[in-house]
Design a protein around this ligand. Structure first.
Ligand code: SAH
Ligand code: F3S
Length: 482
């Protein structure tokens, strides 16, 4: 009886796609953390569909369970540990089920995973998914299997991801992998390796496939999209050594974005994430020029204090960041902004915290992702700095920052009252069956009565009401993009 309850409670966050008739094995796959992980899970599902696997949402019937993991904060890792306990319970009623760990935790913990978690049969880092068919043979033969080798050139450029839990309207396309920035708090450069960019032709090809399937919105993804640079392949750090021809014909992010927007004028484009230090004004000019590039900039700042930014090894000051924001606002006045903030980094004083609040006051972000600092083993901050802001102080400052953000979000959504915005319908509103949900070019969620419109339509919506996160309105007509 107890086990039955466990099974029912444990359907979790399964990602599923359409089944292929000939496939007989069942894959239960979950993805935690960033959008890049979700897109990687789509790549994994694609590789495994060629190995006879269909996705399932039922954990207890899975032949293979894969969890794509996140290491960004300690809490993210604890969530995964808890999931493994649940898998363990289900294994009692499904003893042949195999369990694999993918992603950043796999890369960070390597063999330790196999030692610490008996349930785990398979450990695969973010650059090793192509090796899955071989690794599965190993575990079928009763051996644990591991591949955590980071690559100089793996971009999965020729793998067409199968879209998991897709609304059929918006999709992610990865354009870079890895990060060279070495922010002192961040585990990503260790888990995802050095930066490399994907061949623009393979990006265009993937977008064409999505156009053919009637997708309407693409988010170009990377840890640091503005750093995109294609010069024939290889690590970005080796660009200096490239031939003169390769240098002269290199494609940067502004050029790539321009090329995508011009090639697919009916497709909406977003991109994430921009690191302020790598952001060029050329990108903003592409946004200004191309109406199908959304008016939204996710521009993580982490702190409003130049002292803390320096300790974090962010390559800009508070003033330089604000200058960038003002430049963007001048060139694209209707551009919205969102942030990532880390609260309570090592040696953060009350004054530093006030600097964060005052920077927020200047920018008035539309929304943001705010978290307390979580020390990550192996990072420069863990080695060199003291995680010395007490938990209760972090908590209080975080509450203040979130309250400030809520105030600004409300200010931003109120500014849309009475206006008409273009919305791409993505699905049903969670709160009301009678309403559609979509987003405007600024990335604000909009809900409105369904009438005869359908998912995937571009609709002009008049905004009549709002909360701090959502615009509420009524559809007027199809927009000219439809
Ligand atoms: N360029 C990437 C950054 C990945 S990390 C992107 O934005 O996708 C995402 C966010 O997690 C960072 O911007 C930062 O705000 C937060 N973060 C990273 N390491 C952290 C840590 N050790 N503690 C708390 N938050 C962290
Ligand atoms: Fe992390 Fe900084 Fe790169 S936050 S992902 S090291 S830009």
């Amino acid at each position: 009886m107890e086990e039955k309850i466990i099974v029912e409670k444990n359907q979790g966050n399964a990602l599923v796609t359409e089944n292929i008739k000939e496939n007989t094995k069942k894959l239960y796959i979950e993805s935690y953390g960033c959008q890049m992980n979700l897109n990687d899970s789509e790549i994994v599902a694609s590789i495994l569909s060629k190995q006879g696997f269909n996705t399932t949402s039922k954990l207890h019937e899975a032949d293979l369970v894969l969890v794509n993991t996140c290491s960004i904060r300690e809490k993210a890792e604890l969530t995964i540990r808890k999931r493994l306990q649940k898998y363990n319970a289900v294994k009692k009623i499904n003893p042949t089920m195999k369990v694999g760990v993918l992603g950043c935790m796999a890369e960070r913990l390597k063999e330790k995973f196999l030692e610490e978690e008996k349930i785990v049969d398979l450990v695969v880092g973010p650059d090793a998914y192509r090796d899955l068919p071989n690794l599965l043979k190993e575990i079928d033969a009763g051996r644990d299997a591991i591949n955590v080798i980071l690559s100089k050139d793996e971009t999965y450029g020729d793998v067409s991801p199968v879209r998991l839990n897709s609304n059929g309207v918006s999709a992610f396309v990865s354009i870079t992998r890895g990060c060279d920035n070495m922010c002192t708090f961040c585990v990503v450069p260790f888990t995802r390796g050095r930066e490399r960019s994907r061949d623009p032709q393979s990006i265009i090809k993937e977008i064409q496939e999505l156009v053919d399937k009637n997708y309407k919105e693409i988010t170009l993804l990377g840890q640091n999209v503005d750093s995109f640079l294609w010069f024939g392949g290889g690590l970005k750090k080796d660009f200096k050594k490239a031939t003169d021809i390769a240098k002269a014909t290199a494609v940067d992010f502004a050029q790539l974005l321009d090329m995508c927007a011009a090639t697919f004028p009916k497709m909406r484009f977003r991109f994430s994430t921009s690191n302020p230090q790598d952001m060029s004004l050329d990108v903003i000019h592409v946004m200004e020029k191309q109406p199908n590039v959304c008016r939204h900039m996710h521009l993580p700042v982490q702190s409003g204090s130049t002292k803390i930014l320096k300790a974090m090894n962010r390559q800009h000051t508070r003033e330089e960041y604000l200058e960038l924001v003002n430049n963007i606002k001048n060139i694209v006045p209707d551009c919205s902004f969102s942030q990532d903030m880390i609260i309570g980094f090592c040696d953060e004083t009350e004054q530093d915290h006030q600097d964060t609040l005052s920077l927020m006051e200047e920018v008035k972000y539309d929304f943001g992702y705010m978290f307390s600092y979580s020390e990550r083993p192996g990072t420069l901050a863990a080695k060199k700095s003291d995680d010395n802001v007490p938990d209760e102080v972090k908590k209080r400052r975080l509450t203040e920052v979130i309250a400030q953000q809520r105030k600004h979000s409300e200010h931003r959504t109120k500014a849309f009252l009475g206006k008409t915005v273009e919305v791409l319908i993505e699905g049903q509103s969670k709160k009301a069956d009678s309403h559609w949900k979509g987003r405007n070019p600024q990335n604000t969620v909009v809900v409105f009565p369904k009438e005869n419109y359908k998912i995937g339509d571009f609709v002009n919506v008049k905004v009549n009401d709002c909360t701090s996160a959502t615009l509420i309105g009524e559809a007027l007509n199809y927009s000219k993009n439809n």
